[in-house]
Design a protein around this ligand. Structure first.
Ligand code: GRG
Length: 291
């Protein structure tokens, strides 16, 4: 059932994004760099989560396709910047050499910038959404991506390299760096499905828990995962002197904490009275994944 859902929606998201990126034709090398990282693959978890929320509420998933596509472009931009020499300095991502290794650092920075900035037009011009919903979604997404969201979380992460931090600080970093885009997926799905504010805020809390579980699993895979399956290097956190859940509470502690956040997300989800089958399968995939 989850596979059928993924096979139904991912080609549609990819089609929207590829068509959109191909239309940006002022600077061919920049376009090529953007398409390179987008086409390198990736699990597309965030857009699938967004659309699964809409499906769970019995609403029309076509109304969420462009917002879901936009979210994946912004996520892709963050991966390009994350790999830059000034950040994690990585040479391998989504199974291929990183963007700056292929196109040079300047173009990689601009490819990340463009993916972040151009993406919003997918929502702004979405005629299936009301103008009010477009503005709200853009506002939510820029908050989740910006200085009070993913980018702020990345800054805290960098400032705390080589530093002994406690669990609360680590949770704060990851809630923002990784969690905010996942939170957006759940909140946006509820907005597009016309849910009330109580439900939207419950979705936000579900997103917080599943976002933390996602990052804990990422930390676990950095230690236990297989580079060939992951498509990125392992032991990156140790190389970058990062504090992770595994470092702070051990491998078993991290696995336990991942399970706890997953269960909290699940309990909240089941309290909403919606069809949770696809979302539950996705949450399970997030904590059981091997890539
Ligand atoms: C774009 C201006 C701009 C800034 C970006 C670098 C940065 C600021 C933020 C870093 C955010 C980041 C990369 C957090 C880690 C999140 C994470 C666990 C990513 C891996 O996501 P997956 O597993 O990857 O979904 P795939 O490749 O499957 O999409």
């Amino acid at each position: 059932m989850l596979d059928a859902f993924i096979n139904q929606v991912v080609p549609q998201i990819d089609e929207i994004n590829r068509t959109f990126l191909r239309s940006l034709d002022l600077a061919p090398k920049l376009k090529e760099a953007m398409l390179y990282s987008y086409n390198a693959g990736g699990k597309r978890i965030r857009p699938v989560l967004l659309l699964a929320v809409i499906e769970g509420f019995g609403a029309d998933i076509s109304k969420g396709l462009r917002t879901a596509a936009c979210l994946e472009l912004i996520h892709t931009s963050s991966l390009i910047h994350d790999d830059l020499p000034a950040m994690d300095n990585d040479d391998y991502r989504r199974g291929l050499p990183t963007n700056h290794k292929v196109f040079g650092e300047a173009t990689a920075i601009l490819a990340g910038d463009s993916l972040l900035v151009d993406a919003y037009r997918l929502i702004a011009t979405d005629e299936l959404l009301t103008p009010t919903d477009r503005v709200r979604l853009i506002s939510e997404l820029s908050t989740c991506s910006g200085a009070n969201g993913m980018i702020g979380g990345q800054e805290l992460d960098i400032e705390n390299e080589n530093t002994e931090i406690d669990l609360d600080t680590l949770v704060k970093i990851n809630k923002h760096k990784t969690g905010k885009l996942i939170e957006f997926a759940l909140v946006a799905g509820a907005i597009i499905a016309n849910q009330n504010e109580v439900i939207i805020e419950k979705m936000r809390r579900i997103g917080e828990h599943i976002g933390i579980a996602f990052q804990i699993k990422d930390d676990i895979l950095d230690v236990e995962g297989d580079k060939a399956i992951l498509g990125k290097n392992t032991l990156r956190d140790e190389k970058n002197h990062k504090t992770t859940y595994v470092k702070l509470i051990g491998l078993e502690g991290a696995k336990h904490s991942c399970q706890v956040h997953y269960e909290k997300a699940l309990t909240l989800l089941r309290s909403l009275g919606m069809n949770t089958a696809v979302l539950e399968a996705l949450f399970r995939l997030i904590i059981d994944r091997n890539k």
